[in-house]
Design a protein around this ligand. Structure first.
Ligand SMILES: Nc1nc2c(ncn2[C@@H]2O[C@H](COP(=O)(O)OP(=O)(O)OP(=O)(O)O)[C@@H](O)[C@H]2O)c(=O)[nH]1
Ligand SMILES: [Mg+2]
Length: 496
């Protein structure tokens, strides 16, 4: 009840804004494109490469308006939202193209406006405005918290942490929780300690050895200016009599208890962090691409793959929730296309690209079953926004092996060799199974990429240097894999 009135007001505000935007878009067609993914999934590189390709008029054969020469010009323009940092396109291009290094990590939302002048199929001059919004996937995975009570979330988080490999990582935190009485008096020191151990557990889960994906609340991993505030100083609690599976419907905890304190802070987190994100950003998106570092999960093995699938189900749940909650008659439908993209496909030989796509598609299918339909068309692609490798066959004894060749970044080490950032190396990325079913099920036969060829295991995920620009018909381009297919799905239909 507490939020009923504010939710109604928020909905009215959103509806009013949607109407204004709808009117504006009738004269000036605009797409708001959300780009998200967990940290390190490739968002910054994706946006930079996409914008660079569009502005340079690059080689995008599957993006029909560009391939058929209908796009006259693409330019940057001041963004509509004054309170959102601008996506530092120029800085990132400088890093990628001039310095040949990957852009710095970014942990905030940012925005960039692109204006495309093009000719319609009938030859009429038109303009499409694309607002690209880059936001951390961790924020998206927070949205399901809005529909959960503290007790429910507490029970679910503990249940999730009870399985391998999380259980081992969570051992210290679990041990500490066992000493706390949720119904005992509130205690700031206990809250601080529990929150610190909970945060340490979340951070360890994200370690590349485990590569877990489903780790809300997201701000525990990227606190920004909320670090140390009560809204980030809480943790699930274990009710002794009920064990790990807590009863979500139970009444409110007694006033002044530790559980009441945690519950208040959990609600504060939703008020300060989650609702503003939902209202100011998420509810306004038209199209969404979700970047997934599936290779990191495959590398870590079946547990990480299962966890990633859980995260994808949570993501789909957000879109369903968004539609159910906000799509009223006043609204034009919001996110009406969702693309899941497995990034960094250039780490695999092309023979595996389709397999990567098939596995991701299977993962989404199963996630969608769990999340009930998302309500918007979904597609899946395996891509590399910037292709840092080329392919070759390398002789090993009597065998010829398909491998990829790239320049490992300076300081990367493999097989006792320290790379200087200029020397090429051949890598054997291992094979993905041809049948996606080998990745799933209770006893998956696919054990992870690292077990495919142990002698080369440490070669597999070397950080590679970005490539040199390719010269194509006098245009300097960043090489890519299937970036054009992503673009066609995301905006092709809006340029008839
Ligand atoms: N080889 C290759 N590496 C990539 C590609 N895209 C991203 N990477 C690697 O992945 C890293 C992370 O990419 P970013 O674009 O910074 O990822 P992000 O999602 O913006 O990460 P945060 O800002 O930390 O959330 C880069 O530093 C590269 O090492 C790609 O297309 N090919
Ligand atoms: Mg980034």
């Amino acid at each position: 009840m507490r939020h009923a009135l504010s939710d109604i007001l928020a909905e009215a505000r959103l509806a009013a804004r949607a109407l204004v935007e709808f009117g504006q878009h009738a004269f000036n067609p605009t797409i708001r494109l959300g780009v998200t993914g967990l940290s390190h999934s490739g968002k910054t590189v994706f946006i930079t490469a996409l914008v660079h390709g569009l502005m340079q008029g690059g080689r995008f054969p599957v993006f029909e308006p560009l391939a058929t020469g209908r796009i006259a010009r693409t330019r940057l323009s001041p963004q509509p939202d004054d309170a959102v940092p601008r996506f530092d396109y120029e800085g990132h291009v400088r890093a990628l193209v001039e310095e040949r290094r990957w852009p710095e990590s970014t942990d905030h939302i940012s925005e960039l406006r692109l204006v495309v002048d093009y000719q319609s199929q009938r030859g009429v001059a038109r303009t499409l405005t694309i607002d690209i919004v880059d936001y951390p996937g961790e924020w998206l995975l927070d949205l399901p918290l809005l529909a959960k009570s503290y007790r429910q979330w507490s029970g679910e988080s503990l249940a999730l942490s009870a399985h391998a490999p999380r259980a081992e990582i969570a051992a210290d935190w679990h041990r500490y929780l066992a000493t706390l009485d949720p119904l005992g008096p509130q205690d700031e020191q206990a809250a601080l300690r529990a929150a610190a151990l909970f945060t340490r557990y979340l951070k360890a889960c994200r370690d590349e050895r485990y590569a877990m994906s489903l780790l809300p609340p997201g701000r525990f991993l990227m606190p920004g200016d909320l670090a140390g505030s009560p809204a980030l100083t809480f943790s699930p609690l274990q009710w002794p009599q009920q064990g790990l599976q807590q009863e979500p419907q139970a009444g409110p905890p007694p006033v002044g208890s530790l559980a009441a304190m945690m519950q208040r802070r959990f609600e504060a987190y939703k008020d300060v962090v989650v609702r503003p994100f939902f209202q100011n950003h998420f509810a306004r998106l038209d199209r969404q691409i979700i970047l997934v570092d599936a290779l990191a999960a495959f590398n870590a093995g079946p547990d990480a793959v299962r966890d990633l699938e859980g995260a994808l189900a949570a993501v789909l749940e957000c879109f369903r929730m968004g539609r159910k909650t906000w799509a009223s008659a006043l609204f034009r439908p919001r996110v009406d296309r969702i693309l899941f993209a497995a990034t960094k496909a250039d780490h695999l030989h092309h023979a595996s690209h389709e397999r990567l796509e098939a596995i991701l598609a299977r993962m989404i299918e199963r996630a969608a079953e769990r999340a009930s339909a998302a309500g918007a068309p979904i597609d899946v692609v395996a891509l590399s926004a910037v292709r840092a490798t080329h392919e070759a066959r390398v002789r090993r004894g009597r065998e010829e092996l398909p491998c990829i060749i790239g320049v490992p970044a300076a300081g990367e080490v493999a097989g006792g060799e320290v790379f200087d950032g200029a020397t090429e190396a051949a890598m054997f990325p291992g094979d993905l199974p041809a049948d996606p079913n080998e990745v799933f099920g209770p006893m998956p036969t696919f054990r992870g990429l690292t077990t495919a060829a142990p002698q080369d295991a440490d070669f597999r995920f070397l950080r590679l240097r970005p490539p040199k620009l390719e010269q194509l018909d006098g245009v300097a381009m960043l090489p890519h894999i299937r970036l054009d297919r992503a673009l066609q799905f995301l905006i092709g239909d809006r340029m008839p």
